[in-house]
Design a protein. Sequence first.
Length: 317
Amino acid sequence: MQKHKLAIIGMGNVGSAVLVQAVAQQLAAEIVCIDIDGKKAHGEALDMTHATPAACSPDVKVYSGGFDECKDADVIICAGGPSILPDEKLDRLILAERNIKVISGIMKEVTSYTRDAVFIMITNPLDVTAYLAATRFDYAPGKLFGTGTTLETLRFKRIIANHYNINAKDVQGFMLGEHGNSAFPAWSTVSIGGVRLDALDKYYDYSEPFDKEKIADTVVKTAYDVLLSKGWTNTGIAMGACYLAKSVFLNIRCVTPVSAPLDGEYGLSDVALSLPSIIGENGVDKRLAIQIPDSELEALHRSAQSIKEVLKINALI
């Protein structure tokens, strides 16, 4: 294992799930847990320290600390701030006012110690917090990004794979736009084993007709189904964040949609959205403004408008 250091900020349901996955996957030799509640961070770190031998990771050093521990971190994963509660409106954008304050405070602390670490944002509303953190705190372009629609894309692939009874790893395709209600499937990118979407039924078995609208709706609503069923969502997003961190640590250069400020792609700026991106040791090495049909371009612009309205209300643009 290379001697990488991972800092996890926010040790609630999501942060603790990130910790479990990071240790299980042996992402880093050193993992520090940071939370405004120092006792909570201490407890999570101590609990995991006792579990590392069972995870075949006895050499992973897990401990709690303050923001000064970010100074030599290679990757920072931020899960700080409240999430949607089961009795609240099912829209991540309602969290904007609360979490803009939280993330502003976190970024002031982090950037007083480092701007060198690759920073992966999880906190919702993801596209709002990612835009705030990436544009207001002098972080180098590409070094700070949000998990974006990486999780929606994984769910999208799983749903299509289940429909055709094949391995989800063999499904190609992206969910793009907002990490939220206006996320949309880029159907033009979907294929399985080199077979494009319009020919899948000729080659793969299925038990019911392929319903694009139903699948798109299911991908977006799955998060809320999880939330209403168990009270929070954490496992899927923790897996997605660790997938991105691993690509940074090992310079894997995976291609997945993450959220970062746009700079004229598709005629859009002053907003963060998810586009396919190459993730390597420096963070977002390249954004891929792939060719998409007009219908998907319109969906992307609708998504951008939804996020921009929140950014404007909160004086971020």
